[in-house]
Design a binder for this molecule. Structure first.
Ligand code: NAP
Length: 285
């Protein structure tokens, strides 16, 4: 029988602990506060932002939303980030992607100061991750590492195959796994013979964004499967990248969608925000 990794339950536990930390901060007169910037009307982003605001409420984190018109200029976006960088009451800044293609998201991520970069996208924080130094790790990879900790999954010496090389998931994951002594292979849209590679994976992490991309014949017996994908089917249901029903009986551990990686991503955002708040108040190095 496979173990279904329950991201929803673990995220709930992490958030309950963060709530206690938040209350302790309040007794010292410190209020943790997140600023979220969203540009334009992307429907999926609206759902993500709503979920983040609910999670903040739940943990006791204050929350400020900046909904910008899709025609905003790069200069105005950068000016807003600079203003929030200087604002003492704001501890973390999150720019929800995607933003309109005419805007330079890399410049925007670079502008969020590393101390408030709770998404871990500033190149300084990415560099620290590459060097295995303390940093803000981007929330989805960080959430996956927390799942490994909770289920006592040791990556050392394991063949980890990552499907996808995006800046927000695949690339930081490479270093998270490497830092835990895994042997890491990354596949992307130009990779040849993916099946041959995945069949050798002790741990397979899929972040492609295609429903049923990972089929049972691609999987090694008794492996560990982490499904990052969020795909909406024609019937409106959400599904991951993995053909869960046909894969689950071959594996040792597997994450469901929904209820797997998604809730962990939000919990790690809250975690990073509390860490940023403590650091800005001189409570941790
Ligand atoms: P992305 O930026 O679109 O990246 C997708 C990656 O998949 C790219 O590296 C792409 O390769 C690769 N790819 C596409 N087709 C492929 C194929 N046929 N074979 C092999 N690789 C292929 O997406 P993302 O932002 O990383 O997100 C990936 C998925 O995770 C999406 O479904 C997204 O909604 C979901 N997601 C979930 C969470 C969560 O909290 N659960 C968080 C973030 C994202 P190239 O680089 O060559 O184009």
């Amino acid at each position: 029988m496979p173990t279904i990794i329950d991201g929803k339950e673990l995220a709930k536990k992490i958030r309950a602990n963060l709530k206690i930390e938040c209350e302790e901060l309040n007794t010292k007169g410190i209020k943790a506060k997140l600023a979220v910037i969203m540009v334009g009307e992307d429907q999926a982003s609206k759902v993500y932002v709503r979920n983040k605001s609910k999670a903040c409420d739940d943990v006791g984190i204050e929350y400020e939303e900046y909904l910008l018109d899709e025609n905003i200029t790069q200069k105005d976006l950068i000016n807003l980030i600079n203003k929030l960088n200087k604002e003492k009451t704001i501890n973390g800044i999150l720019l929800q992607s995607p933003i309109p293609a005419n805007l330079d998201i890399n410049e925007a991520f670079r502008t969020i100061i590393p101390e408030k970069d709770v998404d871990g996208f500033n190149p300084v924080n990415v560099g620290r991750l590459v060097l295995d130094q303390d940093t803000f790790v981007s929330c989805t990879p960080f959430g996956i590492m927390k799942m490994f900790d909770e289920y006592k999954i040791d990556l050392s010496g394991k063949n980890v195959v990552i499907l996808g090389r995006s800046n927000i998931v695949g690339k930081p994951l490479i270093h998270c796994c490497l830092n835990r002594n895994a042997t890491v292979t990354v596949c992307h849209s130009k990779t040849q013979n993916i099946k041959q590679i995945t069949q050798n994976a002790d741990v397979l992490i899929s972040a492609v964004g295609k429903a049923h991309f990972v089929s049972a014949d691609m999987i090694k017996d008794n492996s560990i499967i982490i499904d990052v994908g969020i795909n909406r089917l024609e019937n409106g249901k959400i599904t991951g990248d993995v053909d869960f029903e046909n894969v689950k009986d071959k594996v040792e551990f597997i994450t469901p969608v929904p209820g797997g990686v998604g809730p962990m991503t939000i919990a790690m955002l809250m975690n990073n925000l509390i860490k940023a708040t403590k650091r800005q108040n001189g409570m941790i190095d």
